[in-house]
Design a protein. Sequence first.
Length: 708
Amino acid sequence: MTESAEVKQEEPSEQINGLKRDHESATLNDGTGNQASVAKRPTIVPACRPKLHYTPLKTGLCYDVRMRYHAKIFTSYFEYIDPHPEDPRRIYRIYKILAENGLIDDPTLSGVDSIGDLMLKIPVREATDEEILQVHTKEHLEFISKTTSMTRDQLLKETEKGDSVYFNNDSYLSAKLSCGGAIEACKAVVEGRVKNALAVVRPPGHHAEPEVAGGFCLFSNVAVAAQNILKNYPESVRKIMVLDWDVHHGNGTQKAFYDDDRVLYISLHRHELGKYYPGTIHGNSDRVGEGKGEGFNCNIPWPWKGVGDSEYLWAFEQVIMPMGREFRPDLVIISSGFDAADGDTVGQCHVTPSCYGHMTHMLKSLARGNLCAVLEGGYSLDSIAKSALAVAKVLIGEPPDELPVVKQPKLEAVEVIDSVIKTQSKYWKCFKSTHGNDGCSFKEQATDTAINKNFPLQNAIRQQQMRLLANEFRFVTLPLFKKELPDDTAICSPNIYDASAIIVCVHDTPSIWAQRSRATGTIDPSTSIIVDTTLDVIKWASSRNYGVIDINIPQSLHEQDNYSAVITAQEVLVHIWDNYLKYFPSLNRVAFVAIGDAHSGVVHLLGHRDTRSVVKSAVSFVDQRPLRPLIPLVDETLADWYFKNSLVFASAEHTCWGNDGNENKKPRKKFGRVLKCDSDGINNILEERFEEATDFILDTFEEWSDSE
């Protein structure tokens, strides 16, 4: 090769304070001939020159106006002025607020100069039959496809027959676009074209089961997307975590992966013992999956409406994030319904936009940031827009907004989370230290040659109570003749048969204050104490020569479900009334003192038996546990009688006082005469109001004596 044919490699240049460095002459040249001398340095040309600029990936956005074509056929003027909750404007309002805040470049909506696209629009396509059939049956797909050619009357008929769904001739197209949009959003994240994505799609999907539509959902968008990602990217995506924070349980998504260990499905939802939509038991915390999928399904069922930031963040910190970190997913998909948002009249909960931002921020720490949020429910147009904006801002890289003042989570929420952890501790190492008794069986029976080494602590507590009361007050066991109840459920004073006045004290197992090892879950017996405030009631009654029946509701019958205590207390109280109190010859005055959840049994008895001839008062201490309404089965006038003859002491933090935002709220009369207590916790409330409670009993007893 000749010298003239050689190619001389270009020297690199640098910019220093606006001047160009010339490495040959060791001068700085501003392009006008002005030069400044600098120290010459050797020229080093790397074999592979690194890139000097890094272009960060954007957040993907899926949106298509054709998804608004799916709409309910109006049959009345009322439907026109009060449209269906699953309103086509839902996705438009989200798109509009993103444009108004400069996240996407759409001058027709923003009204301001654009600051440039912060989100990359991902083209939306229709999902193919093959993709949909990864989750749904052929019969279901064929049925939805036939809606394109149905007459108006046929569409209305299918709408009436369906489970909270509606159809028009464009429903099939919109549903395929919604499903395809979820797939494309996930694909863009997995392929590295975007850092994360937001799919603003409708109709929603998580209620659509493999063989049937339901709950405004036609195809299960998230399930179809997850199934197809697992199929088409087997090397890069082996595990997917689906977090469903829609206020309703995602029965369709759960069913699609119930036996699949590749997908961890976690759902936070209103459940209310299966009464809230979709109204099945499949949203219970004990539904953990089956087969290979056992342990990879986690339900966090809220037992009531009105949950907010503190409850959702508690669930994230205690359950969701520990499970996510241990699962180590390759992709996280959020079934992002916003019907738990503050202001949504369907969900009636109070999750703020900033809380949605914080939850998104936490989930971004999983799967190396591979995150896709897919819209589900959300029926307040203002709430859904603000909440989606908060999520989108975190996705593009902004920090979440500061949270409002977050209170301690409600007692019921803490108990739900504890129950979920106890259930899931069988499968997840992150929960092992929380429940040190995991795996212990208390149902083993002792044999002639062996003694059962495992027994509940509450049995020992009850045995100690019996010894104390027997030694000091000569209490004896009251036979209940029910084999499913322990023999020590009810004990009584020796004068019970001849007493004219009886105090019936019904309570849960006393509180235990213990120091627990976080490493093993065990408690230290030397620093643990039992606080038994029921002894104060028994001593007071015995000092006045009243007969006393002490009833301990056995927690072992609760079967990990706090609300099973209602049934147990009801059975015991009704059994004692029907077999004992009703037949005592001298009895003319009875007062019930209920402590904890056991008070539900008293309310049930008073509503289902006419006890007014001898029952003069009912006093309950319930801290933050749910109040139980009196439902008169015998006589409607019982409600007025119960209000007059009852005192229910509830903590100032109880939801009956308006913790859901209504500060002027008062409990309804069906709950009895409810009084607010400054103290919190059963023991503190009883100590604070003990004198008031006993004075009330004495007044009702004396009132009876005067009337006689």
